[in-house]
Design a protein around this ligand. Structure first.
Ligand SMILES: Cc1cc2nc3c(=O)[nH]c(=O)nc-3n(C[C@H](O)[C@H](O)[C@H](O)COP(=O)(O)O)c2cc1C
Length: 316
């Protein structure tokens, strides 16, 4: 690790992360053995979202391929907090990059319990708050409303010194939510999560997915993601992790130019498990050839020309 690049003060060897839930590092280690550690595809690893209690996830079918996209209704199956800490964390701690643990609570207390328990583990570098779920106390989706987001982040902020990344819901195209997260003490924001979508079974004409609807991801969402990343990056001064349909180094550069400090690769990992490394290589090449600097070796916010989004903000 060069240490020349960092996210929230955590040194990273480059700017390419994975999107939560899109790369199973434990299964990949079983398949590829120690080769996975030698050629690990990402510069930081983001875990699948965990909840306090174990979850089975949604009924099948859970996936539908749409043109240039994927609709999933996985439903956050996971071992729960104690299963994660005893079963998965020791294995994820062997990865050669900093670990980000993604957590989701159905109330502020649950979120707080997750943050406190995960935050006290030395193996964990950062915590990502997945705020896409309804708060059972208020009925509001935590991340859909600035006040709810501020209350959730404010409630957990005192519980850990670890950097907190708030993963915004797709409705966070409203930059007020990102600004509320920043105001309540978030160290970074990440976006976009999946967009709600539906597919019909060609024979029965009923919804294909067991849960009825799911989340759309992949290249189909990239222009939406880029617009949201640009809008949020222009509204906050904390780093933005941009994602949504990134499948090449040029796609990644688009997000960085729109104001992201780092990028994350999601759906593309299902097509190509080595996509993260390939995209990092392509990004370095396209940056070097066209800009005269090597992506991931500099801190973008300081060394790169101002993004169109930031320039736009200055002019207004
Ligand atoms: C199968 C699947 C599972 C996902 N699971 C999670 C999850 O557990 N937590 C989360 O915050 N996002 C989850 N996501 C969203 C991704 O992390 C990412 O935000 C989204 O897919 C957009 O990026 P992409 O178009 O590159 O996939 C999931 C996405 C997919 C496709």
């Amino acid at each position: 690790m060069s240490g020349a690049f960092d996210l929230c003060g955590v040194p990273l060897r480059g700017p390419v992360l994975n999107g939560s839930g899109t790369f199973d590092a434990i299964a990949a280690r079983r398949t590829f053995g120690d080769r996975l550690l030698e050629e690990f595809p990402f510069d930081a690893f983001v875990s699948k979202t965990i909840t306090i209690e174990p979850r089975q996830g949604n009924p099948p079918p859970r996936l539908w391929e749409s043109p240039a996209g994927l609709i999933n209704s996985i439903g956050l199956p996971n071992k729960g907090l104690s299963g994660f800490l005893s079963g998965d964390l020791p294995q994820l701690a062997e990865l050669p990059v900093p670990l980000v643990v993604s957590v989701m609570g159905f109330s502020r207390d649950e979120l707080g319990a997750l943050v406190a328990a995960v935050g006290e583990r030395d193996q964990v570098a950062m915590i990502e708050l997945n705020v896409s779920c309804p708060n059972v106390e208020t009925g509001l989706v935590m991340g859909a409303d600035p006040a709810e987001t501020a209350a959730a982040v404010g409630a957990v902020r005192p519980l850990t010194d670890k950097p907190l990344i708030v993963k915004l819901t797709p409705s966070a195209g409203d930059p007020a939510v990102a600004a509320a997260a920043e105001g309540a003490g978030a160290d970074a924001v990440s976006l976009i999560n999946t967009l709600r979508g539906m597919a019909l079974d060609p024979r029965t004409r009923r919804p294909w997915l067991g849960a009825g609807t799911g989340g759309l991801s992949g290249p189909a969402v990239r222009p939406v993601a880029l617009a949201q990343v640009a809008s949020v990056a222009a509204s906050v001064s904390i780093p933005v992790v941009g994602m949504g349909g990134i499948a090449s180094g040029r796609d990644a550069l688009d997000f960085l130019d729109a104001g992201a400090a780092c990028v994350a690769v999601g759906t593309e990992n299902f097509r190509d498990p080595a996509a993260g490394r390939r995209i990092a290589r392509e990004l370095a090449a396209v940056s070097r050839n066209e800009r005269g600097f090597s992506a991931g070796r500099t801190r973008f916010s300081q060394d790169r020309p101002k993004s169109p989004a930031k320039v736009g903000k200055t002019v207004k």
